[in-house]
Unconditional design. Structure first.
Lengths: 595, 238
């Protein structure tokens, strides 16, 4: 092990910023992070071992205890549930002879849930040793079980198990007219970088991750900083359940995304950029590296880009399973090799970002759009959309519809139009913007996709009338409790309290007052949390409670107080010990008895 | 003329670079807090010091004071939320004041008194947490840790060591120590270190000093935390 760790650390120049990369390699080899590896890494990188332990415990894809040689993780997104994930998971566990959350006795295979893997249009999905599995069904599971039991290496598994489709159903402004490599940079050089920033300003482009900060303003702020060592970061930590458009952009339009990053670097004066790729998209890693190599060969990256004065290169960094790293300052912490805890602001990343230097962090789609604007001009982009939301938005559509996949619409498009296009009928409601967004009911389909109405990072999950709204809120609420970084009290404790309170109600143990208590927890988390995760973690409950209060009330028992647990069930051990099972040894808890 | 911010209608002077908390403390205005300590890098995690700055919630301990800030600190709304956040800390860990050596000297308890917290409100987590009594002079009772990171910061910033860290994610967060064995006895912590003496709760205690001051004669037994805190923190800082 010593030799392995030494050469691993050397490969990364002993830089603690690359800790996640190293831990990924250790996990891949040993299927956990052994204590000895922690010691050796701490020694090699000259950092306290506590930092390595923290990172190991923080990121979902690292583990302190050994996992199986085949680490199977199944996506627990609501969209996977809708495609029969729960039943399949039980089948898989039975077939492999391993419990969910456990390692089989022979150490060959482990099985667990994981947060949405971004394959919502081709689920149920999962990961095996980090690589995406799509379209799981019983026959595929039968084959997987055979392959695992036969100790067949992943390289020899059928390629179709790992096939990931783009499913671009409706290209629009941007997807219809992709640019050629170098086209945006040449246009920007011809026009001038300053003038190109003016075009981006004129285009009205706002951040496509969901928050919607004006892109040109962010770039200008960064460029105006005194400190001249600056960075460009592309946020490809696409973790919002139901979102997968960045995966498609990186699979088929990576050149244009990298070009947008290079354009930004030229404008703000950065020499180094990072693509922070979520760990779930490991399957894209080698392909993206090859594109970077091509771009270097073509003079589009490296020293003296296109024969000019711009020097810039891009490094790909992989995440390790943490939704919070989509928050820009948490992402920067993660890039620095630490656990993803959002920073206190101010200072903002444009002032003090990666290694304390001015940093622009933008979404994949933002860079993708910026390149097109550099080529076609700001007016071209601004001609689409609404007054306050210019241009187009790329949506990831999944759930109950005939044609899930990627759709691009000008801002201002109504939900109704989108539902018609994707072949959705009998629609109960739509989750717009993922769990952190809004649940809209069938009374609101004339609402529009726009920052001023329904803002979204791109997730669009359709639910038909066969779906249970409380089950949806339940899935999302558990997601947030799992993904809370734990830094601040309201989110760390609040999301767990919210989960318990919702479980109490959906489990039939709620009574009068419990919905009010639920609402109070929601408000506390939303108002007092440190970052966007906490501030939106209660949205699944709040937005459904606002629309369907009767649904929550209907789950309550008609008594004034109900304990949060099953009273009679709690007596089971006592009954067994007393060897009794007569009526007097049981407690009744029915509403009738109390009324 | 010095620059000012307004807290609850009162003009408070500040100098550039000060946080709202620092300006308030210097002017004798108490903002409830647990993870903040004068002279330490602000952390901003407990969220007790949330105030409304021009209508927006901000943590006073990390947010820079700036002119034209109209700040609400002692509103009923803010204190009600602070009470709930304190209750969250109580139910998350296992805080049994009557059996804790820190009672009367505990800031968590004192803040709870100050905010008129009369019950725990939320269901208890009954988290299974361990103790580390391995060190000859210092004891960790993880049941009482509120993840304020004061010991972490004290060790790094004041003692020049790196004994403590907070590890893990979400509700599974926990305090760890820098030793291969994971035990406090194998770290270079000494009882005289600031890190061993900074804990606002009874999570880190010095051995063989228990009950030298009888219950009833302790810091917060007769005085409110706002007065004590202002006196100590203004003294320490200037």
């Amino acid at each position: 092990m010593r030799q392995f760790i030494q050469s691993l650390a050397a490969k990364h120049d002993f830089r603690p910023t690359h800790l996640l990369e190293m831990l990924r390699a250790v996990q891949a080899r040993y299927h956990h992070i052994p204590g000895d590896a922690v010691e050796l890494l701490a020694e090699a990188l000259r950092i306290p071992r506590t930092r390595i332990i923290d990172a190991t415990e923080f990121y979902s894809f690292f583990s302190t205890d050994p996992k199986g040689r085949y680490e199977l993780l199944i996506s627990d997104s609501i969209t996977d549930h809708m495609l029969g994930k729960q039943e399949l998971m039980a089948y898989l566990a039975g077939k492999l002879g391993v419990a969910v959350g456990a390692v089989r006795d022979d150490g060959v295979v482990s099985l667990d849930n994981t947060s949405c893997t971004g394959m919502c249009d081709q689920g149920p999905a999962g990961l095996v040793n980090g690589y995406a599995l799509t379209r799981l069904d019983r026959s595929r599971i039968d084959q997987i079980a055979e392959l695992i039991n036969g100790a067949i290496p992943l390289e020899e598994w059928p390629a179709e198990f790992f096939q990931v489709d783009d499913n671009i159903r409706r290209p629009g402004l941007l997807l219809d007219s992709p640019i050629a490599p170098g086209e945006a940079l040449k246009a920007a050089i011809a026009r001038g970088f300053k003038e190109t920033l003016t075009e981006i300003d004129k285009s009205g482009l706002r951040g496509r991750g969901g928050a919607g900060f004006k892109t040109a303003m962010k770039w200008r702020f960064c460029a105006e900083e005194q400190q001249t060592e600056r960075y460009v970061v592309c946020n490809a930590d696409e973790g919002e359940p139901g979102t997968f458009k960045d995966r498609v952009l990186l699979n088929s339009f990576a050149d244009q995304v990298f070009e947008g990053m290079t354009l930004c670097a030229a404008i703000i004066g950065a020499k180094q950029g990072f693509l922070y790729l979520r760990g779930e998209y490991l399957h894209l890693h080698d392909k993206l590296q090859a594109i970077l190599t091509q771009r270097r060969a073509a003079g589009l990256l490296g020293t003296g880009i296109l024969g000019g004065a711009v020097d810039f290169d891009i490094e790909i960094r992989l995440g390790a399973g943490a939704y919070i790293c989509g928050e820009e300052s948490a992402l920067i912490e993660s890039l620095e090799g630490k656990s993803g805890i959002p920073r206190n602001r101010p200072p903002y990343p444009v002032t003090s970002g990666y290694l304390g230097r001015p940093t622009v962090v933008n979404n994949v789609e933002t860079f993708f759009a910026a390149s097109a604007i550099a080529v076609h001009g700001g007016d071209w982009f601004a001609a689409s959309g609404t007054e306050k939301s210019q241009g187009s938005k790329i949506l990831s559509i999944s759930g109950d519809c005939a044609r899930p996949g990627i759709y691009e619409y000008p801002f201002g498009t109504t939900v109704r139009t989108i539902l018609d296009d994707c072949g959705a009928s009998d629609v109960l409601g739509v989750q717009v913007g993922g769990p952190s967004g809004t649940f809209i009911s069938d009374q609101e389909f004339d609402r529009k996709l726009a920052f001023e109405d329904l803002a979204t990072g791109g997730s669009f999950i359709v639910f038909n009338h066969s779906r249970d709204i409380l089950a949806i809120a339940h899935n999302f609420t558990h997601f947030f409790a799992h993904e809370s970084c734990g830094f601040c009290t309201p989110c760390r404790v609040g999301t767990s309290l919210l989960q318990k309170q919702l479980d109490k109600i959906t489990g039939g143990h709620g009574s009068a007052g419990d919905v009010v208590a639920l609402e109070e927890i929601c408000r506390l988390i939303k108002t007092n949390s440190h970052c966007g995760l906490g501030q939106t973690a209660a949205n699944p409950v709040l937005t459904t409670l606002e629309r369907y209060p009767e649904l929550y009330q209907s789950r309550l028992k008609k008594i004034s107080f109900e304990p949060g647990f099953d009273l009679d069930g709690a007596l089971e051990t006592a009954r067994r010990m007393a060897n009794r099972n007569d009526a007097a040894a049981h407690l009744q808890q029915t509403a009738a008895e109390h009324e | 003329m010095s620059k000012t911010i307004t807290i609850d209608g009162k003009a408070i002077p500040f100098i550039d670079g000060q946080t709202i908390m620092e300006a308030a403390t210097a002017a004798g205005v108490y903002i409830p807090h647990l993870c903040h300590h004068p002279g330490y890098t602000p952390h901003g995690s407990c969220k007790l010091c949330n105030v409304r700055v021009n209508g927006r919630i901000c943590s006073a301990c990390t947010f820079p004071a700036a002119e034209s800030q109209d700040i609400q600190n002692l509103s009923e709304e803010l204190n009600a939320d602070r009470r709930r956040i304190t209750q969250m800390l109580f139910v998350e860990g296992n805080h049994l004041c009557p059996g804790c050596e820190k009672t009367g000297n505990c800031q968590l308890q004192a803040v709870a008194y100050h905010l008129n917290m009369l019950d725990n409100h939320f269901p208890h987590f009954y988290a299974k947490r361990n103790m580390d009594a391995s060190h000859p002079d210092v004891l960790i009772d993880h049941n009482r840790c509120i993840f304020c990171t004061l010991c972490v910061r004290a060790s790094r910033e004041k003692d020049g060591k790196d004994v403590f860290a907070i590890s893990g994610r979400g509700i599974n967060k926990h305090l760890i120590v820098n030793a291969e064995s994971g035990l406090l006895k194998d770290t270079d912590l000494e009882a005289t270190d600031q890190a061993a003496n900074i804990c606002p709760t009874g999570a880190i205690l010095i051995k063989r000093t228990g009950y030298t001051v009888p219950i009833g004669e302790r810091v917060y037994d007769h005085r409110e935390i706002d007065a004590v805190s202002l006196e100590e923190e203004r003294g320490e800082h200037g």
